[in-house]
Design a protein around this ligand. Structure first.
Ligand SMILES: O=C(CO)COP(=O)(O)O
Ligand SMILES: O=C[C@H](O)COP(=O)(O)O
Ligand SMILES: [Zn+2]
Ligand SMILES: [Zn+2]
Length: 315
């Protein structure tokens, strides 16, 4: 099953109540690992690239980067017996979003969440019009990803307002919505215990009835943090969203689970461990071996947790 519209994957996930990992890549290696993990687990996969990744892949030219990513992902998708989609993550610039659409991305995100509600809605609506005309589906973000820190009430202000979510989706016709429910990006998500607002997710789901996206969903897997730190990394205080919370979030209505940090940490853990144990090695095909193994492990574990394992059969 080849390259598909992200909407096809997410509507299936919504209908059957499971989550699909949306995994960020910057290069060929991570794409290999994701496709390998997807095939091994018989899971649909969503590959995503940030604007920064587009620029990086094109060696400074983001349009070229977008074209390279589409060619790469299509090549692998055509040979894999699982549904594969390519998504632009956190599109903020009109030029990048248009470049992704023109290059053939399956979907784009317009992240105008730093703007006031009305403005976010206006910008999102504009992008939806352009993207839908090209047959590309759209994700938008509402509220801000600040995280719920301990007892911090202030953070409530930036979490999604379910009533606003309803108006936003009706008004913009966006295909998937990323509501801010307490997570944040990177390896330092919570100062106290990890927690997200389940009731808010349920309410948003009830109101918008579309696939929902959880950003900042890395677990910051202790096993790999430990390996990386044993071999020289310093991630002091890193804390992510535990698997049980992700499972519960999916039950509440989350379908797309954005993960970047976990792949980066697993990779660097394997890379550091290998290089420390093999000081004479300088062939990337060899020194990426353990990094590959750990990254695939983090992805396959994630597919089990979200319930996407085995679901490629539904397409
Ligand atoms: O939300 C993300 C990409 O959009 C990634 O989140 P993490 O930093 O938790 O991996
Ligand atoms: O949410 C953002 C992703 O983790 C990618 O970020 P990036 O801009 O470092 O590529
Ligand atoms: Zn944002
Ligand atoms: Zn994100």
């Amino acid at each position: 099953m080849p390259y598909v519209d992200t909407k096809v994957i997410l509507e299936n996930a919504d209908k059957h109540g499971y989550g699909v990992p949306a995994l960020n890549i910057n290069n060929l290696e991570f794409l290999h690992y994701i496709i390998e993990a997807g095939i091994k687990m018989n899971s649909p996969v969503i590959i995503e690239t940030s604007q920064g990744a587009m620029k990086y892949a094109g060696n400074g030219d983001f349009r070229k980067g977008a074209e390279i990513f589409v060619k790469m992902v299509r090549t692998f998708a055509d040979e894999a017996n699982i549904p594969v989609a390519l998504h632009l993550d956190h599109g903020k610039s009109f030029e990048y979003i248009v470049a992704a659409i023109k290059a053939g991305y399956s979907s784009v995100m317009i992240d105008a969440s730093e703007h006031p509600f009305e403005e976010n809605m206006k910008i999102t609506k504009e992008i939806v019009k352009i993207a839908h005309a090209a047959g590309v589906s759209v994700e938008a973000e509402l509220g801000q990803l600040a995280g719920i820190e301990d007892e911090a009430v202030a953070a409530e202000n930036v979490l999604v307002d379910p009533e606003e979510a309803k108006i936003f989706v009706e008004e913009t016709d966006v295909d998937f919505l990323a509501p801010a429910v307490g997570t944040s990006h990177g390896a330092f998500k919570f100062k106290g215990a990890a927690k997200i607002d389940y009731d808010r997710i349920k309410k948003v789901k009830e109101y918008v009835k579309r696939p929902l996206v959880l950003h900042g969903a890395s677990s910051v897997v202790p096993e790999f943090v430990e390996i990386a730190e044993k071999h020289g990394a310093d991630f002091g205080g890193a804390k992510g969203v535990p698997a049980e919370i992700l499972k519960e979030a999916v039950k509440c209505g989350i379908n797309k689970v954005n993960t970047d940090t976990d792949l980066r940490i697993a990779f660097v853990a394997g890379l550091r461990e290998f290089l420390n144990g093999n000081p004479k090695e300088f062939d990337p095909r060899k020194y990426f071996k353990l990094a590959r193994e750990y990254t695939i492990k983090v992805i396959t574990d994630r597919m089990e947790v979200l319930g996407s394992a085995g679901k490629a059969d539904l397409f």
